[in-house]
Write a protein that binds this ligand. Structure first.
Ligand SMILES: Cc1cc2nc3c(=O)[nH]c(=O)nc-3n(C[C@H](O)[C@H](O)[C@H](O)COP(=O)(O)O)c2cc1C
Length: 403
């Protein structure tokens, strides 16, 4: 259990923080909501108090005997402000302490995460850009807002990311601190999800990969400053904010999408579960159920996308990261199999999930060992997929892919 201060500023997205609050509490944290006066115009103190089970104040004059203007920040394990208005960014950048949230931000010595949401013009104004740069230079994590529909009919960058994404960032920062901005100026390509190899217009051979791990890797790269393209195979997930998403269906389309972009990026992370085989024959019409014996599906092998990328590399770029799910057998343990596979693929890093060892499909948690081509390896204990994503980018930095 961690002590989290959830700052809420006066933006239209304040209502979305009710969902964020529920998620933080659901993750087992004690959450004190500190709204600004303007935030209370959008969602009342009663809502925050009832949902958090904690007192709520926007000024420094409530419960003065407890000195909340100092204590809340000092005792917090994480301060997360969502939404952060242009005004809160400015106040935080300049150290203003004219309300309780401003005081919390000055007294906190724990990680601070700000999730701005505002109209595109406000987000792109030189004053806001400078304030964000100042805050980031001090170690504050400022999450880029999502693109999409804003308060009115207009759209653009400025939306608050989804509550689930913000809660995942909170978990990751609580576990490992604010990630570095070590991918600024880097371009990365990530694949996610599971391919579907069509038998006929309605049936396919697929797998259980949800894409959650690849999406977390893309979001983590974005938050470290990278320009990210995500090749997504059949993922029922909202597009991560600020990430270009290229949807694909099958292994052939995934390979085409990856190969078309791999030459222009610094790092490729192949987190998608790509089918090893596809049906030899595709039927244009739905295959009918007929009597007289069971149908036999003949399979042919799909190309190995990662090994193909490695073989066609003409230098160290792009740095290649593969994923492998391994089980042990009578021949060798899972990690021995993984090292063998790693050698065969020719990539620079391999993230190994030992199946059955805290690893599950379609859930938000994962555990892995990351193998590096120079023989180093890192254990990533069971935790959120976002946490594993950060460990992957740390490993990329360690083998030379970051700044
Ligand atoms: C309907 C409405 C929606 C607003 N939405 C936002 C917003 O999304 N982001 C923002 O920075 N300001 C927004 N504002 C302006 C802020 O409420 C205003 O700057 C306020 O002073 C912010 O105070 P605070 O930063 O102390 O919460 C909005 C104002 C109104 C009336």
């Amino acid at each position: 259990m961690a002590r989290v201060v959830l700052g809420v500023a006066g933006g239209i997205a304040a209502y979305k923080s009710c969902e964020l609050l529920r998620r933080l509490i659901g993750d087992g944290h004690e959450v004190r909501v500190v709204p600004t006066r303007a935030a209370l115009e959008f969602v009342g103190a009663a809502t925050w108090a009832a949902l958090s089970g904690q007192p709520v104040a926007h000024a420094v004059w409530s419960d003065v005997h407890e000195v909340p203007h100092v204590r809340l920040g000092q005792e917090a394990d994480l301060v997360l402000v969502a939404p952060a208005t242009a005004d809160v960014l400015a106040r935080a950048a300049h150290g203003l302490a004219d309300d309780l949230l401003g005081n919390v931000l000055l007294t906190a010595r724990c990680p601070v995460v700000l999730a701005p949401a505002m109209h595109t013009e406000m987000w792109q104004h030189p004053a806001t850009v400078a304030n964000v740069a100042t805050l980031r230079s001090r170690g504050v994590m400022v999450i880029d807002p999502a693109h999409g529909r804003l308060t009115g009919a207009d759209s653009g960058p400025g939306r608050l990311p989804e509550a689930a994404e913000l809660a995942a960032v909170a978990e990751s920062v609580l576990a490992g601190g604010v990630p570095p901005r070590d991918l600024v100026g880097r371009r990365v390509l990530v694949s996610a999800g599971g391919t579907r190899e069509m038998l006929d217009p309605v049936r396919f051979l697929g797998n259980r990969s949800s894409g959650k791990q690849g999406y977390a890797i893309a979001a983590a790269a974005r938050d470290r400053g990278a320009q990210v393209t995500l090749v997504a195979a059949n993922c029922a997930l909202p597009d991560p904010a600020g990430v270009e998403v290229v949807p694909v269906l099958d292994a052939a389309a995934l390979q085409a999408a990856i190969n078309a972009r791999a030459g222009q990026v610094d790092v490729v992370v192949m987190a998608a579960a790509v089918a090893d085989y596809r049906p030899a024959v595709y039927s244009d019409v739905k295959v009918k159920k007929v009597g007289g014996g069971l149908p036999v599906v003949e399979l042919v092998e799909n190309p190995d996308v990662l090994a193909g990328l490695a073989a066609s590399r003409r230098g160290p770029a792009p740095l290649l990261v593969g994923f492998a799910a391994e089980t042990g057998d009578s021949d060798a343990d899972p990690l021995t199999h993984a090292w063998r596979k790693f050698a065969a693929k020719g990539c620079d890093l391999m993230v190994v999930n030992v199946v059955g060892d805290g690893v599950a499909f379609e859930v938000d948690t994962n555990a892995a060992r990351i193998l590096a081509v120079d023989g180093r390896q890192w254990d990533v204990p069971h935790g959120s997929k976002r946490r594993l994503a950060e460990a992957v980018w740390d490993a990329v930095g360690a083998v030379g892919g970051g700044d």
